[in-house]
Design a protein around this ligand. Structure first.
Ligand SMILES: Cc1ncc(C[n+]2csc(CCOP(=O)(O)OP(=O)(O)O)c2C)c(N)n1
Ligand SMILES: [Mg+2]
Length: 1097
């Protein structure tokens, strides 16, 4: 009874420490009071104790554990005497691991007594595995309760929870016991139990907190308090116990606790644990709820014979470290004043990464997509990705722009050398070849992370790598960025999402313990910079960056983990930065003490050379000759770099072959579809199987869609979109639409995925456009609630293969600014900087319908401001020279008809180049009676509306719908507008029965349709020219349009900028008013003004 209370106290303390709020609730439970425990045990089936923590509420689990505390030892005893091995081990594991899952080191220490509380143990006569214990000390109310429960079960098995039924069946031997369980029980006293429990706690303490004692910091500046739990005395062990043998074997456990381990002395157990957990590698994995994963790690970490590298391997590691170190030295010598963000202080990254890649290749990985920041990028490019050194050196010297060697000149604006990306096929040590691509990135730290993941996922799609074994992502991070940038978290959270997973990313943190000039204590609140990854239950391997073999071990383990469990893993290389943030920065201004230490600190290569030399494993003359060889190759490459001629841009490789750069004309193509195909696809995408029970309202919507297809009348927005997707799929293209709630559509209009009302089963009619269509060919997926992460992902996805239409939809256009970095740094400028094209399409709901400042504007003005078409230059109109759309950085459209939406989506694919497309999507037009198109506007039949000599196409401008001739001198005003305000203007015109005002819609704002605007200006020679928008004057498209409109007007002698009449809201700080009445007044006012009889002022 007393012992039970002691055990109860242990658990109680654990519970209280981990969740102080639960203390009062738990306190009564540790007193073995049958009725209370009964109540709790009834509420908590066996699984509550056994299931991973994430499968029951934390509070529930703690309460359950507390309830169990006083009966736990009874279970051990009973279970073993009745040959039930499994349950007790699981119970022990589950409870004890819970204690140690708390990483709140400070609180554990604070709550723990200063000295060991319990009396020194009496040495046991012999070692006894816990699984062989037999004791009968547990009398009392807790066991009484169990007996009562057992009696109740014996009388009526169904009177207790099913889990307890199973338990008692096992308990009484009514189930088949495992053969292992027949090992003969040994009889020992309660002290032995306690002693074994304490040893278990000690082992657990190493597993959980060993990393706190590990020698991770090469500079030894990080003086962390060693947790008390790792102290023998704290666990009531002393010198005299060190040579006693203990046998701890458990089924279900790996590592030191594995059943197969022979009895060991306490000394050897502790030694092993110290080596495993407190050397130059620290492991954090006890937050992982999965027992198998933990055991897998334990087996490797606690292996009896820790991995030892043979001399050949050490030679290879040395060679790689020489390359890494000398590469930086060489650059430093040749370009003394250049910024290169060198790797000095973390040179071991290179042998580590190479090992990671070799190991991954051995395990079946065929290609690795790498994303990394500035630090060490050139070194990685040269030594890991194997970009030719002469090319790197050439670029370093300023290089020749690719344009100078390519006819036509498509150079873009270029980027600094440490941002450029590249890809190569690299042979591995085991004779395989692995494709490595380093993705170009902007300076914005971590922004490339989701892009890399998206690209990896696309590679997996195109190579049918459904198990995600062939393509792997590796992301490198800085310590400051990993903990500081939110997109890290947003990217991590994509890792296990069905439509975003890549089967695990290997993260490597170059943790130089400083971010620019900021110390970690000022840049993060978590103990480790990697703590964010714990949210994913990823193992985190901290490793001292001076120990190259440990770094190589860590990277090897990371590759194995990723390939085994298809999940993320983090290697945190704790290192230092030998120089300032860049080579011309003075670090002593801000980190004087650190840099005093760094100044005296030997480089990792010197440390390794000394180690190998001291041990006699590799002789000094051999090391010298290895170094000489590397130096001579570097010098050779440098000499060749001077006359290095860059090759043709490499984005044309693979899937992009045949695609055109802006210097090569791509002709406008027909986007209309054969009417039979259109109908056929229309039927497929509106077909619901008879076995499917849709929601009534959605059934009706689908019936209406079918009717639209059959009658060819009144096709709405959602149907037009589905037709665009369906016809593109029928043509063999891959479609991927992702974003928040896109399956149904924020405005409940899309219903691309239906849910059976009886079974909950999902149905996506667009999966069935062609026979045996692979589901993923049309992917529509609700995403995580992230803009930055998900848009970045889709961007990366879109860049892999041009034969796909990849779309991201913002919930409301407002939220796009959460992904602003992707728009600014990648989408609007990526082609210019890195010569990489993408046809990524972004749908941003936009429009003023009184929903207030946060749901009205997609900030159209920002997209237009970033557009690079020249406002003062009328582009070439001659068809054979017309490349305006190829030369612009992106397209921005504000489309007003379903048919035009259909064509603009199809146009993304039906051209020989790729260009980002930003669509201001409608909201109230989705159900607007006038916003409908006829099927004849979608097809490619001569004579049908929209058909011209180039077939049916997207209309960049929609002229007035009043059948005006080419010359309408009687029109007194031409109102130019864009977007849904058109319908309000049209309604007002009809209300006024006005015939002397023309209304023209500019559907494509960027690039500006100079040619068509000119045509309309000429059509109405006497008209006053007005620009009408619903956005405030400092927003919307006024500023963008007015400059270009003025250029057009002056070009044809129709006036100047001052002659443009503005009709719209006045300037404003907020995008819209939050008062409904005011909105209506404003909206009506601007519409009336646009059509007023009097001339505009
Ligand atoms: C999003 C973003 N914010 C700020 C910066 C400016 N900046 C460049 S490097 C750097 C420090 C990065 O620290 P860390 O991630 O630890 O990498 P390290 O330079 O130490 O390798 C900062 C703040 C940036 N590039 N990107
Ligand atoms: Mg840093």
């Amino acid at each position: 009874m007393k012992s039970a209370r002691v055990l109860g106290m242990v658990w109680y303390r654990t519970c209280c420490l981990s969740s102080k709020r639960l203390g009062d609730e738990i306190r009564p439970l540790i007193t073995p009071n049958a009725s209370i425990i009964a109540r709790f045990l009834k509420s908590y089936p066996v699984q509550t104790f056994l299931s991973p923590p994430n499968q029951c509420t934390t509070g529930g689990r703690w309460r359950a554990i507390a309830a169990l505390s006083s009966v736990q030892a009874k279970f051990l005893h009973r279970a073993h005497t009745k040959r039930l091995n499994l349950v007790d081990v699981q119970l022990t594991e589950s409870i004890q691991s819970k204690q140690f899952h708390s990483n709140d080191q400070k609180s554990i220490q604070a709550a723990a007594p200063a000295t060991a509380p319990a009396p020194a143990p009496t040495p046991a006569t012999r070692s006894v595995p816990l699984s062989h214990l037999k004791d009968n000390f547990l009398d009392g109310t807790s066991s009484n309760f169990l007996e009562e429960l057992q009696r109740a079960w014996e009388q009526d098995p169904n009177s207790v929870d099913e889990s307890w039924q199973v338990f008692f069946r096992n308990f009484t031997g009514q189930s088949q016991p495992s053969p292992r369980a027949f090992a003969g029980p040994a009889v020992v006293g309660s002290e032995s139990i306690q002693e074994n429990m304490r040893l278990l706690l000690l082992i657990r303490a190493y597993q959980v907190n060993g990393h706190m004692k590990a020698q991770l910091d090469p500079l030894e500046l990080d003086r962390r308090a060693v947790p008390q739990e790792l102290d023998l005395a704290y666990n009531n062990f002393g010198e005299r116990d060190l040579d006693r043998e203990f046998s701890l074997g458990f089924a279900q456990m790996g590592g030191v606790l594995a059943e197969s381990r022979p009895p060991q002395t306490l000394r050897s157990i502790v030694q092993r644990l110290e080596q495993a957990y407190c050397g130059t590698t620290g492991y954090e994995y006890m937050h992982i709820p999965d027992r198998d994963k933990c055991n897998w790690l334990r087996e490797r970490i606690e292996a009896v014979n820790p991995r030892k590298f043979p001399v050949e391997k050490k030679t290879q590691i040395l060679d790689r470290l020489i390359w890494s170190s000398q590469f930086e030295n060489f650059l430093a010598q040749k370009w003394t004043a250049a910024k290169r963000f060198g790797l000095e202080g973390c040179e071991t990254l290179i042998p580590g990464m190479k090992e990671l890649i070799d190991k991954a290749a051995d395990l079946g990985v065929e290609s690795v997509v790498i994303g990394m920041p500035h630090r060490g990028r050139l070194n990685v490019l040269g030594n890991v990705v194997r970009k030719p050194l002469r090319q790197i050196f050439n670029e370093f010297s300023g290089g020749i722009k690719p344009a100078e060697v390519e006819a036509g000149g498509y150079t873009g604006s270029g980027d600094v050398k440490y941002h450029l990306g590249t890809s190569y096929d690299r042979p591995t040590t085991s004779g395989k070849t692995i494709h490595l691509s380093l993705v170009a990135n902007p300076s914005h730290l971590e922004a490339v992370a989701p892009v890399v993941i998206g690209k990896t996922r696309a590679k997996q799609y195109y190579s049918q790598d459904t198990k995600r074994l062939k393509h792997m992502a590796v992301l490198l991070h800085g310590d400051g960025s990993f903990s500081g940038q939110g997109v890290v978290y947003e990217t991590l959270h994509l890792s296990d999402l069905i439509n975003y997973s890549t089967g695990g990313t290997v993260h490597i943190v170059v943790n130089n313990q400083v971010a620019f000039t900021t110390d970690p204590k000022y840049s993060r609140s978590s103990p480790y910079c990697t703590d964010v990854a714990k949210a994913l239950c990823a193992p985190i391997i901290h490793v001292n960056g001076d120990d190259v073999e440990a770094v190589v071990h860590a990277c090897e383990l990371a590759a194995e983990w990723r390939c085994k469990f298809h999940a993320d893993v983090v290697v945190d290389i704790v290192c230092y930065r030998r120089f300032g943030h860049n080579e011309i920065d003075e670090p002593n201004f801000t980190q004087p003490r650190m840099y005093q230490v760094i100044k005296k600190h030997k480089p990792s290569l010197d440390i390794y050379i000394k180690k190998l030399n001291d041990s006699g494993e590799i002789k000094m003359d051999m090391i010298q000759s290895m170094q000489d060889r590397v130096m001579s190759i570097l010098s050779d490459e440098f000499n060749h770099s001077k006359d290095y001629v860059p090759k043709k841009r490499d984005w044309l490789a693979a899937f992009w072959a045949g695609f055109k750069g802006p210097e090569q004309l791509s002709r406008v193509r027909n986007t209309g579809v054969n009417p039979d195909i259109l109908k056929e696809v229309g039927k497929k995408i509106t077909h619901l199987p008879s076995t499917f029970s849709p929601h009534r309202a959605i059934k009706k919507i689908y019936e209406q869609r079918l009717q639209m297809i059959e009658t060819g009348q009144g096709v709405d927005w959602a149907t037009a979109e589905a037709l665009a997707f369906g016809t593109l799929v029928a043509e063999g293209n891959h479609i991927r639409l992702s974003g928040q709630d896109v399956e149904r559509g924020t405005f409940s209009h899309r219903h691309a995925v239906l849910h059976d009302q009886k079974t909950g089963e999902r149905l996506c009619p667009l999966h069935h456009v062609v026979q045996n269509q692979a589901q993923e060919m049309f992917t529509v997926s609700n995403s995580s609630l992230s803009e930055f992460g998900v848009l970045g992902f889709e961007l990366g996805y879109s860049m892999e293969n041009p034969n796909s239409l990849v779309l991201w939809e913002g919930q409301f256009g407002d939220f796009a600014n959460g992904a602003q970095v992707i728009f600014d740094q990648f989408l609007s400028s990526g082609e210019a900087k890195w010569l990489r094209q993408t046809g990524l399409t972004v749908l941003l709901p936009h429009g003023y319908d009184g929903q207030g400042p946060e749901h009205s504007s997609a900030r159209l003005e920002r997209f237009l401001q970033m557009s690079d078409d020249d406002p003062f230059v009328i582009p070439e109109v001659e068809a054979s020279l017309r490349k305006q759309i190829q030369e612009v950085n992106w397209q921005v459209v504000n489309v007003t008809t379903p048919a035009n939406y259909f064509h603009v989506l199809r146009r993304q694919i039906h051209r020989d180049f790729r260009k980002p497309l930003v669509v201001m999507s409608p909201k109230n037009l989705l159900r607007h009676q006038a916003c409908k198109s006829n099927l004849t506007e979608f097809d490619d039949v001569e004579g049908h509306p929209g058909f011209d000599k180039q077939g049916t196409r997207f209309k960049r401008l929609i002229k007035d719908q009043s059948n005006h001739s080419d010359n309408e001198p009687g029109i007194r005003r031409l109102v130019l507008c864009s977007g849904k305000v058109y319908y309000e203007l049209e309604e007002e015109r009809q209300r006024l029965a006005s015939t002397d005002v023309a209304i023209c819609r500019i559907e494509q704002l960027c690039p500006f349709p100079y040619d068509l605007v000119q045509r309309e200006l000429r059509r109405y020679p006497n008209a006053e020219i007005a620009w009408c928008q619903e956005e405030p004057m400092n927003m919307g498209s006024f500023q963008y349009v007015s400059l270009r409109l003025a250029t057009t007007m002056s070009h044809i002698g129709r006036g100047q900028f001052e002659d443009i009449k503005y009709v719209g809201r006045p300037t404003s700080a907020a995008t819209a008013t939050g008062f409904g009445n005011l909105h209506n007044t404003e909206q009506k006012g601007l519409v009336r003004k646009a059509l007023q009889k009097e001339p505009l002022d």
